[in-house]
Design a protein around this ligand. Sequence first.
Ligand SMILES: Cc1cc2nc3c(=O)[nH]c(=O)nc-3n(C[C@H](O)[C@H](O)[C@H](O)COP(=O)(O)OP(=O)(O)OC[C@H]3O[C@@H](n4cnc5c(N)ncnc54)[C@H](O)[C@@H]3O)c2cc1C
Length: 224
Amino acid sequence: MIQAANPHHQVLSLRFLTDYTFVVRLERKNLQFQAGQYISVGLSGDMNMREYSIHGSSPLWLEILVRSVEGGHVSNQLKQVQPGDLLRVEGPFGFFTIKADTKPAPLWFIATGTGISPFRAMIEQHDNLDYTLLHGIRYPTERYGHEYFDLKKTITCLSGSQEAALPHQAQLFRGRVSAWLDQNPVPTNANCFLCGSCDMIYDVYDILRGKGITSENIHAEVYF
Ligand SMILES: Cc1cc2nc3c(=O)[nH]c(=O)nc-3n(C[C@H](O)[C@H](O)[C@H](O)COP(=O)(O)OP(=O)(O)OC[C@H]3O[C@@H](n4cnc5c(N)ncnc54)[C@H](O)[C@@H]3O)c2cc1C
């Protein structure tokens, strides 16, 4: 559903998770969405807008998880917003959502970096999902929002060289998500949701197809 009325939403807060990644909380203004969808966001008065997955919500607010990209226009503008600033918001858009008939199957959430964002919204909006989260990051500090997930169902794939002190029950793999998938089974009836960089999505798509997962059961959201 495309939102009509006044598209300007006040920033409520900005919360930094690392030096370059942050959560923007903005007024919801009754915007209705399905978990997995994204909104287009820009500073009010600036013509540039970019897409950001909805990361979390309450009746009063929405959150987006943003990584500031070197030289990037909008992500660096968002990094500097203050409570009270106005953002222009359009949407929601997209079809990267859990349909009623996909819920019973095991769900595999496969993300790199901020690609984890829509999965938090999914576990928030749907009760008792049977999921496994595979999250590829370079540094331990990039475990964005892992506290919202069941650690027993979460596998962190760490491709950087830093030591990671993970909470009890957290599962750590040294290497990329594609390497984990090369070395481990995925049920052939899994419904797989891939979110993040185009390179990861291409690699993982091929691996999953090679494991016998049908293309209908592979859903992708490409960020860049
Ligand atoms: C459907 C969709 C959902 C998205 N959801 C999110 C989200 O939840 N969180 C999020 O942080 N981003 C998300 N993105 C990416 C986001 O829309 C912007 O592309 C990103 O914030 C960069 O915008 P910018 O204006 O700062 O950079 P620009 O000025 O547009 O681009 C600068 C350069 O950075 C490259 N670039 C763009 N994005 C990235 C990236 N993530 N990492 C590295 N290089 C990049 C571009 O290719 C370009 O070369 C999403 C993209 C899409 C299409």
